[in-house]
Design a binder for this molecule. Structure first.
Ligand code: SF4
Length: 106
């Protein structure tokens, strides 16, 4: 999976990158807040799961939260399933900026 046109709509482009890669001991609340209102959060979260992004906040979730989500989705969709198949299930994890993304997913 390659980054698509959704990247052009990413809310994070207007913010310093280090917000999305908080140092140990610093919270990710600011990044998560930005993601929650981002119009491409669902695309970003799907991409990060496909790429297995190991660091930072992607799609509004931290590294550990993405690991937990991956485990949840594998239980729901099957151990060998691909994150691209999880997209409808991922709607539960995105915020209010994603009405467009959710509409594209159906
Ligand atoms: S969800 Fe967050 S990390 Fe992903 S594109 Fe939007 S603002 Fe950037």
């Amino acid at each position: 999976m390659v980054m698509g046109e959704w990247v052009e709509k990413a809310a994070c482009v207007s913010f310093p990158t280090n917000i999305f890669y908080p140092e140990k001991g610093h919270g990710a609340a600011m990044a998560k807040h930005i993601c929650w209102h981002c119009p491409v959060q669902l695309d970003c979260l799907t991409y990060s799961l496909v790429q297995n992004e190991p660091h930072g906040v992607w799609g509004g979730l931290s590294e550990q939260e993405r690991k937990d989500l991956r485990r949840t989705m594998r239980r729901r969709y099957g151990a060998g399933s691909s994150p691209t198949l999880w997209r409808n299930g991922l709607n539960d994890y995105v915020g209010d900026g994603n009405q467009g993304a959710q509409a594209r997913a159906v």
